[in-house]
Ligand binder design. Sequence first.
Ligand code: IPE
Ligand code: IPE
Ligand code: MG
Length: 246
Amino acid sequence: MSLKEQIVMSQLPQHVAIIMDGNGRWAKSKGKIRLFGHKFGVRAVHNITEAAAELGIKYLTLYTFSTENWSRPLAEIKGIMSLLVSTIAEETETLLKNNVRLRVIGNNSLPDKVQAKLDECVKKTENNTGLTLVLALSYSSRWEITEAVRSIAKQVKDGAIDIDAIDQNTVQNNLSTSFMPDPELLIRTSGECRISNFLLWQIAYSELYFTDTLWPDFDKEELYKAIVEYQHRERRFGMTSEQLKK
Ligand code: IPE
Ligand code: IPE
Ligand code: MG
């Protein structure tokens, strides 16, 4: 049986999040500059988005650029930003064809030109009803949680909510990801086993999947493999195995 055939369609994760890592090392292994890796990383984004849409996954969140990534050499940042602009321009038609809706989460400090291109694509695809592709751009989870705290404090001050009424849902509803469920599956490529400030609140009970494959080599088969492994895990949520089998 092929990997794809092993996927139980009725138990598909609704939301898959991916830390796309390893572009630089992939390029280096080929004797090329880092930007070459980012270019081929885009091809993987295209393929994985298509695979997720074909399977019927509802949300795919891709960690595309972290707030910490602003510390990289300026030439690399510029290269990534212009790659973003050209990719959005080239891919919008495909997103429309595949009924994919684009959303962006992050701290709004992208260059105007990049932001404008993204806004345009978000607008064009807003009525699509298939996969929602979420790009985390200039995103970090601590930034997001801090913003949520600020927003909740303001609502308390304005008398819109009572302090004693604050619960987990209040926090969840004030995160930039409030429009989607938490990811059931988080994938990180390139062999690094860390979260790097991504979706800290949302992955409280996600299944974590780490693979040595570098992001530009991550193809549809690799995604199917991750989903099959996810489906073999027992998600206990604090209960015992026996309880779950009842
Ligand atoms: C991930 O690949 C892409 C971004 C963080 C923008 P890297 O650029 O981090 O590649 P490595 O980890 O250096 O190989
Ligand atoms: C995480 O990768 C950020 C993205 C994939 C966008 P990094 O390569 O920046 O993470 P660290 O620095 O190795 O933790
Ligand atoms: Mg990296």
